[in-house]
Design a protein around this ligand. Structure first.
Ligand SMILES: [Zn+2]
Length: 217
């Protein structure tokens, strides 16, 4: 009888200890990340071969969300459907202001606005990160992401770009940057961006960047 009780008590201690360590492990990497899939609704952004930038930004953001959640991050999105944030007709300033307000009212550790480039000359390619000096952490965040994209994608040697005239970058009050995931006007990159494999690879690089920036592994 005594042995039975001892076994039960030891089992309970073991279960409690396992629960505590699991919970502690999760709390240490439990941070909120805000993702902003650029454009949406009547504002499709850039267009190539009938495909809207807004469709790709949402696909990429959803892929990043999935991977981050697998690593115990909490992920919020400014939109989850093909729609803008405007109440009635589309007004760019209203759409942008609402994205900024959502992000600033959250408890997120950082925010990434997801976009794609488009240029008149097809040869330009490569993912690139834009930042402003509005927050102290922006430049480090941008450089961390750019370095990881260079390393893990192996197809861009672009550098971060300081852009002090972008509304969203100047109004967001937490570390943030714009991730231009590639050029829709470059046929090869456009093809890659439409594949789930490449989006997954891209999202992995973003995960590693965020872990590195927040020092959460
Ligand atoms: Zn865009």
């Amino acid at each position: 009888m005594k042995k039975k009780w001892l076994g039960l008590i030891l089992s309970l201690i073991f279960i409690a200890f396992s629960f505590m360590t699991t919970t502690a492990g999760r709390i240490s990497s439990w941070q909120t990340i805000y993702l902003d899939p650029g454009h949406g609704g009547t504002d499709g952004g850039a267009m190539q071969d009938g495909i809207k930038e807004s469709t790709l930004t949402l696909s990429i953001a959803l892929c990043i969300k999935e991977i981050l959640e697998e690593h115990h991050f909490r992920v919020l999105l400014t939109r989850t459907e093909d729609s803008s944030l405007c109440d009635k007709e589309f007004i760019k300033k209203e759409d942008m202001s609402k994205r900024v307000a959502q992000i600033n009212q959250s408890d997120a550790a950082l925010a990434l606005s997801i976009h794609l480039n488009h240029f008149g000359i097809a040869k330009y390619r490569g993912a690139q990160v834009f930042y402003s000096n509005a927050n102290a952490g922006n430049e480090i965040l941008a450089k961390t992401i750019q370095n990881h994209l260079r390393y893990y994608l192996g197809n861009t040697d672009r550098e971060v770009v300081l852009r002090d005239n972008i509304f969203i970058l100047n109004r967001i009050t937490i570390p943030c940057c714009i991730v231009e995931c590639g050029f829709m006007s470059n046929p090869e990159e456009f093809r890659l961006l439409q594949t789930a494999d490449y989006r997954y690879q891209f999202a992995q690089a973003i995960l590693y960047s965020i872990q590195d920036y927040l020092k959460v592994y």
